[in-house]
Design a protein around this ligand. Structure first.
Ligand code: SAM
Length: 226
């Protein structure tokens, strides 16, 4: 998977991608992450990429030209997914993440300040995705959420130790929440690990986990049971 991120703050993307599993995914050539800065494309002599809104009001609006030219400079592999990060978009979830993992390339357009000149949407026709009903300072965190989540669906991205097969929302759990997990020691502050997890009977362990997963989903996210 190749990710191309259009951002005025490439260091945010690069910093996150240089650690943990994302770093390993890049080193193993399973993903690549390239940043593209619209400021490098502006024709303005002061390198401006934003200006005040027509009609008045607070904040600065991202101008069309630097973003349009920056997007067009990116090499396209076939038919990439092109995503604008926006609080006004469809809400991101595991289904969208799985769907996006089928692409060879994802281009992520991160906004900042007051957001985009509307003509960027009209001309480039991105798919708009939000990571939740709240407003962030910029699209970089949201773009990283997508990179992180989509990559976890790719073959060989995760080791057996960090496998996602039984994560919450996964197919392995029929889309439900994960059951409670325990590790050593067996007893901590008077709290014991459930006996069923210690008896080595995998059929019983599977049944226990399934019922805990259903119980937890009923309590916390009954909407998922449908
Ligand atoms: C301060 S926000 C602009 C919000 C815009 N004025 C509005 O009301 O829709 C700046 C940028 O952060 C990103 N952003 C903010 N909240 C987001 C969210 N919930 N999901 C995805 N991106 C978000 C977008 O790229 C947005 O252009």
């Amino acid at each position: 998977m190749r990710y191309d991120v259009i951002t005025l703050f490439p260091e945010i993307i690069e910093s996150y991608c240089s650690s943990s599993i994302t770093k390993r995914g890049i080193e193993n050539n399973i993903i690549s992450v390239k940043t593209h800065n619209p400021r490098d494309f502006t024709l303005d002599k002061h390198k401006k990429v934003d200006d005040t809104p027509y009609g008045g009001g607070d904040g600065m609006v991202l101008m069309c030209q630097p973003i349009y030219d920056c997007y067009n400079s990116i090499e396209k592999l076939g038919n990439p997914a092109f995503i604008m990060l926006s609080p006004q978009g469809e809400k991101f979830n595991q289904n969208i993440s799985t769907e996006l993992a089928n692409y060879d390339q994802i281009i992520l357009l991160c906004g900042h300040y007051e957001g985009f000149d509307e003509r960027i949407r009209t001309l480039l026709k991105p798919r708009e995705i939000s990571i939740g009903d709240y407003v962030l300072t910029g699209g970089e965190l949201a773009g990283l959420v997508i990179i992180d989540s989509v990559s976890r669906n790719l073959p060989n991205y995760l080791n057996k130790e960090d496998s996602a097969h039984f994560d919450s929302f996964s197919k392995g759990l029929d889309g439900l929440l994960e059951y409670p997990q325990y590790t050593k020691p067996r007893e901590f502050m008077g709290l014991n690990v459930p006996d069923v997890l210690l008896n080595g009977n995998h059929k019983e362990i599977d049944e226990y986990r399934k019922s805990e997963s259903i119980k937890r989903t009923k309590q916390r996210r009954p909407d998922l049971l449908n």
